[in-house]
Structure formats: structure tokens, C-alpha cells
Design a protein around this ligand. Structure first.
Ligand code: NAI
Length: 344
């Protein structure tokens, strides 16, 4: 419990999502409540489910809830390719100016991976670049898509990355770009990162081109510490780096703005495994642990983290994607039991 107010009840907007979302969300809610922290959940559908219920993809009540709570835990939501509606994630990130997409990539004990001992931080700009959604048809057969990079957006994300690095003792930051081709847009991103880097002499600053970065990551990921990326490159590199530590079922994420934060896993709604009680809730759980840190429930966060390491270290009730045979709910049972066992 938080040291300042043991009775505090945290009101959090909960978007269970669709596909595997409801399964992993209910597992994570059970685990969070087992830590002893008191939550009041404001539950809302988003995407196709919300449209079926309310005639809106992002219901007004959902916006109002996040405006009030400033905090959400979100499961994945399916975004149809082509027609349909725009990504709910992109919509929420823009609406609440959640300009930071923070993705720590770290191994869990007991999981054999190609690269042990990975400890990478990915800081992705979350509101600009190719994801502004400005696309149009010039003439039939010719489409354009605008990439928007601003000085304000690039400066604030660079500042956040360097501040995070300073606060958490990180050694170096690489800004990732394609400024050799996109000289003005990625060029501006780099110019802003360089300007901010000057204020943090204790942190080594480097720059790598995105295609080379992908090769370097796969060849020797240990050379990197913190990656600072524009939106699209960050999205792609996050999935690549998730594979270093065991895949999309494990890696957490946080969307952070000046006034609100939404915590969600890197993975999507995984329609191929939805409704079968086989999805791994670890990624959403690790996102929820970031949420506990964000609300200063440090003891509960440490307890959940220790329990997670115990469950993985002893290979208790792991799901199939990480070599186990258990289901989503059995993993949640094992986590609840482990939380009771761990002593900090
Ligand atoms: P995906 O992440 O849903 O699935 C990719 C692969 O990883 C699949 O084989 C899936 O079974 C596996 N996987 C993902 N999460 C897993 C978990 N927790 N446990 C075990 N295996 C897991 O990516 P995909 O198929 O490209 O996207 C499906 C839908 O999700 C799309 O509509 C996409 O737009 C949406 N999406 C939503 C996101 C969000 O709401 N944050 C993020 C990414 C995609």
C-alpha cells in the first residue's frame, strides 16, 4: 500500500478491449486486487463492441471517465484494415496528448531466449509522424500519406527520454532516424534530440539510421541502452525487441502525457487465440505494474514483480507461448498464490 494513505482507493478507467482483451484484463484485475491495493474500476468498451452498444467507437462516457481519472488500463482493441474506423489507440493517444510511448524490454527469469540479460528502454513519440492519419487520394490510383514531425513534439519526447534516463541511471540514448532520406522531417527530430542532449552531459548520445538499427539490434542488442524513436519506427522496433525477451505476450507499455496515462500491452487483440483461455496475460500485467509505480503504489508493484519472477523462475502455470501448458486463468491463479507467498 502507499505509505502516504493506506486507505486510498484508486479510480481507474478499465477498457477490457476485444479479442483476447477481456481474458487478459480479467486475469490482471484479479492479480492487481490480490496485491491489497484498492481499486474502483470504471469499465468501458471501445471499438466495434462500443459501436454495437452505443453507436460510437469511442463513447463520450469513456473520454469523460479518462478526463476524470487521468488513468486507464487498456486491453487490446481490433482495428480493421482498410475501411471501418480509425485506430482506437491512436484516437485516445491524440485526444489526451499521450506523447510518450514507453516500453521497457527486460528478460524474465526461467525463460530461455536467444539473448539473455536484455535491458532496453524504448521511448517512442506517440502522437505525430505517419500516424497523424492525414491520408488522401490525389487521383484514383495515387494515394498520399502525410508524415508530420514538429519541433514541439520532437523536443518534448527527447526531453522526456533524457529525464527518464537521468532519473533511472541509464547510460546512453540513441536517436533512431532516416534523416539521410527524410532530411527535413527526421532531420528536425534529430536536431531537437541533439539540442536536448547537450543538457545531459552524463548521458552518451548517439544516432543510428533505422535500417542499420534493425541489423545492429539483431546482431548485438547489448550495444543499446535507451532508444528514442519517431512514431512509426518505434512501433516496429518495439515488436522486434519484444521477441528478444520471449514475444508479444510479455512486453508492457505505457502511453504517458502531461495530464493522463494509459497503460497497455504492446500486443494486439490476437484473434487467432481469442476466447480459448490460452492468451498470456503477462504483458498486460507488466503494464499494470507500471501503472502501480505511476500511482506510487511501490510496495504493491514490487510484490507483483517479485511474484511474477517467482512464477516464471519456477515455471509455475506458464502459458503456451512461453513453453508452458497452462491457460490464462490458471496463470492468474498461480500469480495470486505467489503474491501471498512473496516477502519483500
Ligand atoms: P497481435 O499482437 O494481436 O498478434 C500477433 C501474434 O502474437 C499472434 O500470433 C498472437 O496470437 C500472438 N499474441 C499476441 N498477444 C499474445 C498474448 N498475450 N499471448 C499469447 N500470444 C499472443 O497482432 P496482429 O494479429 O497484427 O493484430 C490483431 C489486431 O490487434 C489488429 O486489429 C490490430 O490492429 C490490433 N492491435 C491492437 C493493439 C492495441 O489495441 N494496443 C496493438 C496492436 C494491434
Amino acid at each position: 500500500m502507499s505509505a502516504d494513505d493506506p486507505q486510498k482507493i484508486h479510480t481507474v478507467t478499465l477498457i477490457p478491449g476485444d479479442g483476447i482483451g477481456p481474458e487478459v484484463s480479467s486475469a490482471v484485475v484479479r492479480i492487481l486486487e490480490a496485491t491489497g491495493v484498492k481499486f474502483e474500476w470504471e469499465r468501458y468498451a471501445a471499438g466495434a463492441d462500443a459501436f454495437a452498444q452505443h453507436g460510437e467507437y469511442v463513447p463520450k462516457e469513456l473520454y469523460a471517465s479518462i478526463e476524470k481519472t487521468k488513468l486507464a488500463l487498456k486491453g487490446p482493441v481490433t482495428t480493421p484494415i482498410g475501411g471501418g474506423f480509425s485506430s482506437i489507440n491512436v484516437t485516445l493517444r491524440k485526444a489526451f496528448e499521450l506523447y510518450v510511448n514507453f516500453r521497457p524490454i527486460k528478460n524474465l527469469p526461467g525463460l530461455e531466449t536467444r539473448y539473455p540479460g536484455i535491458d532496453l528502454i524504448i521511448v517512442r513519440e506517440n502522437t505525430e509522424g505517419e500516424y497523424v492519419g492525414l491520408e488522401h487520394e490525389v487521383v484514383p490510383g495515387v494515394m498520399t500519406s502525410l508524415k508530420v514531425i514538429t519541433e514541439k513534439g520532437s523536443t518534448r519526447i527527447a526531453k522526456w527520454a533524457f529525464e527518464y534516463a537521468r532519473k533511472h541511471g541509464r547510460r546512453k540514448i540513441h536517436a533512431i532516424h532516416k534523416a539521410n532520406i527524410m532530411k527535413m522531417s527526421d532531420g528536425l527530430f534529430l536536431k531537437c534530440a541533439r539540442a536536448i542532449a547537450k543538457g545531459y552531459p552524463e548521458i552518451t548520445y548517439g544516432e543510428h539510421i533505422i535500417d542499420n538499427t534493425c541489423m545492429q539490434l539483431v546482431t548485438n542488442p547489448y550495444q543499446y541502452d535507451t532508444l528514442l524513436l519517431p512514431n512509426l519506427y518505434g512501433d516496429i522496433v518495439s515488436d522486434l525487441c519484444a521477441a528478444f525477451v520471449g514475444g508479444l505476450g510479455l512486453v508492457p507499455g505505457a502511453n504517458i502525457g502531461a495530464d493522463a496515462a494509459i497503460f497497455e500491452a504492446v500486443h494486439g487483440s490476437a484473434p487467432d487465440i481469442a476466447g480459448k483461455d490460452i492468451a498470456n496475460p503477462t504483458a498486460m500485467l507488466q503494464s499494470a505494474i507500471l501503472l502501480l509505480h505511476h500511482i506510487n503504489e511501490t510496495d504493491a508493484a514490487d510484490k507483483a514483480q517479485a511474484a511474477l519472477e517467482l512464477v516464471y523462475g519456477e515455471k509455475r502455470s506458464l502459458t503456451r507461448d512461453v513453453g508452458g501448458t497452462s491457460g490464462t486463468s490458471a496463470f492468474a491463479d498461480a500469480m495470486v498464490k505467489a503474491i501471498e507467498e512473496v516477502k519483500l
